[in-house]
Design a protein around this ligand. Structure first.
Ligand SMILES: Cc1cc2nc3c(=O)[nH]c(=O)nc-3n(C[C@H](O)[C@H](O)[C@H](O)COP(=O)(O)OP(=O)(O)OC[C@H]3O[C@@H](n4cnc5c(N)ncnc54)[C@H](O)[C@@H]3O)c2cc1C
Length: 472
């Protein structure tokens, strides 16, 4: 029996793709990573995933696990020829929604936005919110412990997962679809697999925590007097609203200008560019907040407006606009969501996925910016500022070439800065292949050694996602 015959037997011949059918699975979203594979195998059930992994192990073939292929760390496409891509896209069922318990049991290939749209009908939400939600899948989001704009209120993917079903590299199915909030029965293997980027097992389904869908949102774009007042502004808005801030996104003027220049259909958030722009969103499930007051204003919006006026009186906020309609809100988010596409279009770029203690962010930006400029680079940063996650992206400065040596030296300086602040070089995008050398060089040796031993115990042949996390 040929290698592919074993996979055809496992998932059915039409679900083993080769040649041009396989091509879309072999290039990552950024276009920077291109791989090769003998075939793309598309199972439909957990049993078929187990059969596929069992066949791959018997044949000694590497397996690259893929969800929506929106990884920005090069983790979702093969790093070496002569293996298979295991696509979870056909495991796309929402198995159950428990409205009373506010949980959903969902397969790995369910697209985030598809789940959110299905839940909206039930008055519920899965509050993981980022630009790739139209393609990213639940399994990929959990495997990377994805974050996004709402982490400051709802946490990362890890915080929203109660249980997992997964297939281990030897084909064993691990049953853990528990909706329990408390379960201290030994090692929490769910949390081992979440964030493991597919190196320890294939997530096939999960029990997710849901929240009631907000009855009302209030969204504003603010021009702050500087990054140094950002925390004061965030805290004031949290205090005024009783903790309803759901997103607090830093969008500085150069980045917004680059986004608008690339896509003229997008509207500038404010008539005058804001050096320190912030997209802020509040959300409430209280009917009272959705009601209109005597002046006909929605109460949550009126509350946000009042808080912003107070901040303007203190000179912390210089200017601002509150979205007056759903369409205006979508317009503001469209600008935010276009960041990565703009960077890809700008040509070569590096985006440092920095995580910092909240109070260190202004200092970090003040020090990283001149370092970039000295290296002939133009910073185009954005940030989930409310949780200390700054995507400090750089492209070549106007008139300067992209010099790999200079970029590498600059990268080293940024990693040193992050270490000085006790920050992280991988807040939410994962290590993938892109940052494997950084992990090898900078992770605490004892932790790295423990990680390697766990990997060797669960995947002794190193067949699952070789190259991801640990490098070639
Ligand atoms: C425009 C854009 C915006 C983004 N914004 C954010 C953001 O704000 N926050 C954020 O955190 N990320 C963001 N990302 C990155 C990306 O969307 C996330 O990492 C996402 O969680 C990946 O999901 P996916 O289904 O596409 O996984 P893939 O890209 O297919 O895979 C990602 C990794 O997970 C592994 N994997 C995938 N599925 C499984 C599975 N079922 N079991 C085990 N391992 C698996 C893969 O092998 C790979 O290592 C963004 C990406 C884009 C393109």
């Amino acid at each position: 029996m040929s290698d592919l015959a074993a996979f055809r037997e496992a998932v059915g011949a039409p679900n083993v793709l080769t040649g041009s059918d396989a091509a879309p699975y072999l290039t990552d979203w950024t276009g920077a990573y291109r791989g090769a594979a003998d075939a793309v195998v598309r199972p439909r059930t957990t049993g078929e995933v187990a059969a596929t992994l069992g066949a791959a192990r018997a044949l000694g073939l590497p397996v690259t696990v893929q969800g929506g292929n929106t990884s920005v760390s090069g983790g979702s496409v093969p790093g070496q020829p002569g293996g298979i891509v295991l696509s979870l896209a056909r495991l796309d069922r929402i198995r159950a929604v428990d409205r009373a318990a506010r949980t959903a049991t969902v397969e790995a290939g369910v697209v985030l936005q598809t789940l959110q749209e299905a839940l909206a009908v039930e008055g519920l939400d899965f509050p993981l919110m980022f630009g790739a939600r139209g393609s990213a899948m639940i399994g990929g989001a959990l495997a990377t412990n994805a974050g996004g704009a709402n982490v400051l209120r709802h946490g990362n993917a890890r915080d929203l997962c109660l249980g997992l079903e997964a297939v281990l590299p030897d084909g064993t199915v691990m049953h853990g679809l528990s909706g329990l909030l408390k379960d201290n029965t030994g090692y929490d293997l769910r949390h081992l697999l979440i964030g493991a980027e597919g190196t320890l097992g294939v997530i096939t389904a999960a029990v997710l925590k849901l929240v009631p869908a907000p009855k009302v949102r209030a969204t504003a774009f603010l021009a702050l007097s500087g990054l140094d007042v950002a925390l004061e502004v965030l805290n004031a808005l949290q205090d005024a609203s009783g903790g309803l801030v759901e997103a607090f996104e830093w969008m500085p003027a150069p980045t917004v200008a680059a986004i608008l220049a690339r896509d003229p259909t997008l509207r500038a958030p404010l008539p005058t560019a804001a050096e320190t722009g912030i997209l802020v969103e509040l959300a409430s499930t209280r009917a009272d907040d959705a009601a209109t007051d005597a002046d006909g204003a929605v109460r949550l919006e009126a509350m946000l407006l009042g808080a912003v006026e107070n901040l303007m009186a203190r000179d912390a906020v210089l200017d601002g606009t509150v979205a007056a309609s759903g369409q205006q809100r979508e317009g503001l988010w469209a600008v935010r969501d276009a960041v990565l596409e703009t960077l890809v279009a700008e040509g070569p770029f590096v985006s440092f996925d920095a995580s910092l203690p909240l109070s260190c962010v202004p200092d970090f930006v003040a020090r990283a910016t001149p370092l970039a400029e000295e290296a002939g680079l133009r910073p185009l940063p954005v940030g989930h500022l409310g949780d200390g996650n700054i995507h400090f992206a750089v492209v070549a400065a106007p008139g300067r070439s992209w010099d790999a040596g200079r970029v590498e030296a600059f990268s080293g300086a940024v990693f040193d800065l992050l270490a000085e602040y006790g920050g992280s070089y991988s807040a939410e995008h994962g290590i993938g292949r892109a940052k494997a050398p950084v992990l090898a060089a900078r992770k605490d040796p004892a932790q790295l050694d423990a990680m390697r031993r766990i990997k060797a115990a669960l995947d002794p042949d190193g067949l699952l996602n070789p190259g991801v996390l640990f490098g070639p």
